[in-house]
Design a protein around this ligand. Structure first.
Ligand code: PGA
Length: 241
């Protein structure tokens, strides 16, 4: 694992975007693994800026997102489809048909199987990840088997509390989601994990220095050959002690 510590979100986001730009430029048909939440927003802004400056072209890019809430329509204002369209896809020249997010409104078993077969056929060149305060990556909550593929999970209370800020109340936060599994994530050729702020410090410390255990899903990344962690001073405070 390589760890890069940044003084501010601006420089971190620019560095994160640069990894993606390099992959896009060096592949004829790049496949990007994308994420939602607050963490990757700065990176999307920098990628949009680069696109507007003519420095990157998304014409041949394909994307797979990590997860989607169950039971809310893709047009719902808090669906991850809406998030991705509003914060990224609508601002670049990507073919929207090449953007993939699990469909979590119909038959969930069918949706998981379909997503797994798509991921088997399309190797992800670079995956961006955030980390939950409980150590989840994507929605793989503590206890998720390391061998898991795309599956439906029940969100744990901490995750629902963390995400309640996007809804009117915690009662509106969906209880379930479809998520790429840990085995899918580990197949990505390169992984960029972004952790910003003191609230991520404990999870980050356990991920990097703790045991590799299913109780701390992100710890599996210790076994990945190409992970770069982009972080700030607040998030690494407990690492430096
Ligand atoms: P956040 O979520 O980016 O909103 O902090 C990260 C995560 O839960 O994986």
């Amino acid at each position: 694992m390589e760890i890069r510590i940044f003084e501010n979100k601006e420089s971190l986001s620019r560095a994160a975007a640069q990894y993606f730009i390099e992959v896009i430029k060096s592949n004829q048909k790049p496949v990007l693994g994308l994420a939602t939440g607050s963490t990757p927003l700065g990176m999307y802004e920098k990628l949009i800026e680069s696109y507007n400056d003519g420095k990157v072209d998304f014409k041949n890019v394909k994307t797979y997102n990590l997860d989607e809430y169950c039971g809310i329509d893709e047009n719902h204002e808090q669906s991850y489809r809406t998030f991705m369209n509003n914060n990224f896809f609508n601002h670049i020249n990507i073919d929207i048909n090449n953007t993939n997010i699990p469909n979590a409104t119909g038959d969930l078993d069918v949706a998981c199987e379909l997503y797994n077969s798509q991921l088997n056929e399309n190797e992800i060149d670079i995956q961006v990840l955030g980390i939950g305060t409980n150590g989840h990556i994507a929605f793989n909550e503590p206890g998720t088997p390391f061998g898991s593929k795309t599956h439906c999970i029940e969100l744990n209370q901490k995750t629902r509390e963390d995400n309640a800020r996007f809804f009117n109340s915690i009662d509106e936060v969906p209880t379930h989601a479809i998520t790429m599994g840990l085995a899918n994530i580990m197949k990505a050729k390169k992984i960029i994990l972004i952790a910003i702020g003191a609230q991520k410090a404990e999870a980050l410390r356990k991920m990097i220095l703790g045991d590799v255990t299913e109780d701390m899903p992100a710890s599996i990344l210790q076994f990945h050959p190409d992970v770069v962690i982009l972080t700030d001073r607040e998030a690494v405070k407990t690492l430096m002690k």
